[in-house]
Design a protein around this ligand. Structure first.
Ligand code: ADP
Ligand code: MG
Length: 327
């Protein structure tokens, strides 16, 4: 199949998005930014064997490649508008492409995100999405505004994706509805778009949890120039689907597992009531799990008493270093 035909068949779709003046088909897309707004741009790449397995399903991959980007836009408080898709494919498998585009557009249409361009190349399977959205000028949420004694809140439940990963590949055939739910948490995370947009004026800092709560809360602490935070272990929102697993494992998955794509935000104590109201209005659970402190490090407590945390903070890519002295 020629590149042109592939794009026409699987990716060129009409959009209702008024701010897209020109989409797929030219050398570049033309996009409008409404007056008094700013453009927020995010990008994320999924590599086979690192971020997903060949057996995960093309529809899930298409969905997730966009979802992780929409999650970044949510963490910035932005309204998602458009996306670019860079696909590196070993072959043009029509069934695979059909499923991939179905997964991608099932999420894109939910938020009226227009696919406005991309690139298609031949090589080892890799999917990279760049997405854009708008915020009212000056209203983007960042990681850097957390203050001492701000409460730490998170959306939804955490540790589900890590549990699903631990379940392994055979589980889908043998598992019941709970297993399916967990696998969906891994493959089809829900970007917290609505909550993100509601946080302006409420949250002092926001991040999406992709590398594990400890690591990502650490990013907020660092970017905000703070010393540390306390997390109360008994407050962590764990899903009922994991109930049959040892609590220690569930804690480790929740704190370090990653791939949650929930939001973690800090909120001044005086606004706690508004957070509880937002949770009811948005139909998403929001849980107060701790606070920012002036003591160094992220401390885990149980009923207020410090306890030992997991030995590893979260997922990190490590590269073999090639430097001077190597030939
Ligand atoms: P060029 O050679 O100018 O880069 P291409 O032939 O790569 O153009 O792409 C033609 C058009 O198709 C461009 O508008 C490009 O943005 C779009 N496109 C290419 N690959 C994809 C893809 N995977 N998804 C969506 N649009 C794509
Ligand atoms: Mg090109």
């Amino acid at each position: 199949m020629r590149e042109f035909d592939l794009i026409q068949r699987f990716f060129d779709r009409p959009t209702r998005q008024g701010q897209v003046r020109l989409g797929i088909g030219d050398d570049g897309a033309i996009l409008q930014v409404p007056e008094a707004h700013e453009l927020v741009v995010v990008t994320d790449t999924l590599v086979e064997g690192v971020h997903f397995r060949a057996t995960d399903g093309a529809d899930n991959l298409g969905y997730k490649a966009l979802a992780v980007n929409l999650s970044d836009l949510a963490a910035m408080g932005a309204v998602p508008i458009w996306a670019l898709l860079n696909l590196t494919l070993p072959e043009a498998n029509e069934r695979w492409l059909g499923q991939f585009s179905e997964g991608f557009f099932s999420l894109a249409s939910q938020y009226d995100v227009a696919l406005v361009g991309g690139d298609t190349t031949r090589g080892p399977l890799c999917v990279s999405v760049t997405a854009g959205g708008w915020v009212s000028a000056g209203q983007a949420l960042t990681r850097s505004g957390a203050g001492v004694s701000d409460r730490v809140w998170i959306t939804g439940t955490i540790g589900d994706a890590a549990l699903a990963l631990a379940l392994g590949e055979q589980s889908l055939a043998s598992g019941g509805s709970e297993t399916r739910w967990l696998l969906d948490r891994l493959h089809r995370p829900t970007p917290r778009i609505g909550i993100g947009q509601a946080l302006y004026g409420l949250a002092s800092a926001v991040i999406d949890i992709s590398d594990g709560l400890l690591a990502d809360l650490g990013q907020i602490v660092g970017a905000s120039g703070q010393a540390g935070a306390i997390i109360e272990a008994t407050s962590l929102p764990l899903s009922p689907a994991g109930e049959s697993y040892p609590l220690d494992d569930r804690m480790t998955w929740a704190l370090t597992g990653g791939d949650d794509y929930e939001l973690c935000m800090t909120v001044p104590q005086a606004k706690s009531e508004r957070m509880r109201r937002l949770s009811k209005e948005a139909g998403v659970s929001l849980t107060d799990i701790g606070c920012i402190t002036d003591q160094a490090g992220i401390v885990l407590t149980r009923a207020g008493v410090p306890i030992a945390g997991p030995s590893r903070a979260g997922y990190e890519h490590l590269w073999p270093v090639i430097g001077e002295g190597d030939s």
